[in-house]
Design a protein around this ligand. Structure first.
Ligand SMILES: C[S@@+](CC[C@H](N)C(=O)[O-])C[C@H]1O[C@@H](n2cnc3c(N)ncnc32)[C@H](O)[C@@H]1O
Length: 212
């Protein structure tokens, strides 16, 4: 399984004009806390330049635009990104994250609910590229579910969508170690949701932050 599988899944959603809110329960409740968390990280900086990967419909990003000097969103499907609030500060790049590269540097790079759709091999390459795009002293934020003790892979068939899905919840310790191996420092694990939002014993949502 690789990110290609998840692209088929998200492409199917996009083609049916469905969004995550239609498919995942509790999405909006989690998004509210994601917004608070991301806004809090942005407010620690002066006029931060933000790069967001896998922006989707902008549920989170649309709420934090005022706290950033500029916002660059990378999203593969225009059917999703058309909902991102366009403005002078906001740039949308329609591209596969796997291929995305930029000579620009960013004060903050956010990856909310997206990197678990990549394998460890894929995400390692992505992290190396993101490290180069992070300003010295800048920060990366990675929020998704992680395995509590070990990697947890989920794949199956969604009857609702008529397509396969795939997620790779790498163990939180291994992801923190990977960020360090890539060169990031001061990797911190933030437990940003109430316990009730963590429905499974073997996975847990965390927001990881790390500095270049
Ligand atoms: C679960 S949604 C998260 C959306 C948003 N970050 C949030 O948390 O509300 C994952 C998003 O990542 C996008 N995505 C997944 N793999 C991608 C890839 N390889 N390149 C670009 N976008 C991708 C999907 O299209 C989808 O919009």
């Amino acid at each position: 399984m690789s990110n290609d599988q998840s692209l088929i899944f998200h492409g199917t959603l996009a083609a049916q004009n469905l969004t995550e809110e239609n498919v995942y329960s509790g999405k909006l409740e989690r998004a509210r806390l994601d917004v608070d968390f991301l806004r809090g990280r942005l407010m620690l900086r002066h006029r931060p330049r933000l790069l967001d990967l896998g922006t989707g419909t902008g549920t989170i990003i649309n709420e934090v635009i005022a706290s950033a000097a500029e916002v660059t969103c990378v999203e593969k499907f225009p059917a999703f990104s058309q909902h991102i609030k366009i403005g002078e500060k906001v740039r949308i790049i329609t591209e596969n994250i796997r291929d995305f590269n930029s000579k620009n540097s960013y004060d903050l790079i956010s990856c909310f609910g997206v990197l678990h759709y990549f394998t460890r091999e894929e995400v390692t390459k992505i992290y190396h590229r993101l490290f180069e795009m992070t300003e010295l002293g800048g920060e990366i934020i990675v929020k998704n579910q992680f395995g509590v003790h070990e990697d947890v892979s989920v794949s199956g068939y969604s009857e609702k969508l008529g397509t396969d899905y795939f997620a790779n919840y790498r163990s939180v310790d291994s992801e923190m170690k990977l960020l360090e191996e890539v060169g990031f420092q001061q990797v911190i694990k933030h437990d940003i949701y109430p316990e009730a939002f963590n429905q499974w014993d073997n996975t847990h949502y965390y927001g990881l932050t790390a500095l270049r």
